[in-house]
Design a protein around this ligand. Structure first.
Ligand SMILES: Nc1nc2c(ncn2[C@@H]2O[C@H](COP(=O)(O)OP(=O)(O)OP(=O)(O)O)[C@@H](O)[C@H]2O)c(=O)[nH]1
Length: 247
């Protein structure tokens, strides 16, 4: 799989052109996903990758799913190994993704991730259960500790990129839909991208419409931001995304 990366492909432009990958992180609140939308320049198997990560913040079940279903090239479904509820939710997300794939005839890879492995003494979900759930939906499975194991978390993100890329190569003409419109709630000022990606702004989203994804120069990446999320971002939590050095 890794040999695919870093090699120029017919019709794919110069090798230095970053591969653009949208990754949506799904899961019940508290699973350790963090909560925000980020961009990051990564190198995966010697190839530059412009990775956009949309972290969602559903309370317990999937909601307002259109914002990521048609946007993502890959999904990371996260639960916490010390939370049975979060595991049950991850099952709902995988079912949702499977249904969407069936309806749209578009296969988008999903990876199942059991987080908080450092809390294994409080496990409510066995590794075998994670493996079985992933097997049911045909996705890769990992257990990690976002707090303690940066390398492994990075590996998971890179695996997601590889999976996304493989699908993109299979059907390069199938471009994902893109959430293009937003209407910020009054009194909530837009947040600017931490890494200065001019094409991204992070605002509160109240309405969405879907279009074909524009080129990156035109792109305006938005996500749902709750006021809770905005206040949370100041909290010094150790999270998956922080572990991934997107900050
Ligand atoms: N022990 C442990 N705690 C973690 C780990 N990852 C995240 N946490 C903690 O779990 C709590 C929830 O993390 P968040 O990143 O807010 O989880 P979330 O899934 O985004 O949840 P919401 O923000 O509520 O949507 C925080 O206190 C984190 O510090 C981990 O690997 N191990």
């Amino acid at each position: 799989m890794s040999s695919v990366f870093g090699k120029p492909r017919a019709g794919s432009g110069p090798p230095s052109t970053p591969l653009e990958v949208n990754l949506a992180i799904l899961g019940r609140r508290g699973a350790g996903k963090s909560e925000d939308t980020y961009s990051s320049e990564e190198t995966v198997d010697h190839q530059p990758v412009h990775l956009r990560v949309m972290d969602t913040a559903d309370l317990d079940t999937p909601r307002n799913c259109e914002r990521y279903l048609n946007w993502a090239h890959a999904f990371l479904v996260v639960y916490s190994v010390d939370s049975r509820q979060s595991f049950d939710s991850s099952s709902s997300y995988l079912e949702l993704l499977a249904l969407h794939a069936k309806e749209t005839q578009r296969s988008v890879p999903a990876l199942l991730l059991g987080n908080k492995l450092d809390m294994a003494q409080y496990r409510q979900v066995t590794k075998a259960e994670g493996v079985a759930l992933a097997g049911r939906f045909g996705c890769l499975f990992f257990e990690v500790s976002a707090c303690l194991d940066f390398e492994h978390v990075q590996h998971v993100f890179h695996e997601a990129v590889r999976e996304a890329r493989r699908e993109l190569e299979k059907s390069p003409l199938t471009r994902p839909l893109f959430i293009s419109e937003e209407r910020a709630l009054p009194h909530q000022a837009p947040l600017t991208a931490r890494h200065g990606l001019a094409s991204c702004t992070f605002n509160t989203l109240s309405t969405v419409s879907l279009k074909e994804m524009p080129t990156v120069a035109q792109a305006k990446l938005v996500t749902v931001k709750s006021s809770r999320a905005q206040s949370k971002r100041k909290a010094p939590t150790l999270t998956l995304l922080k572990g991934f050095k997107i900050f």
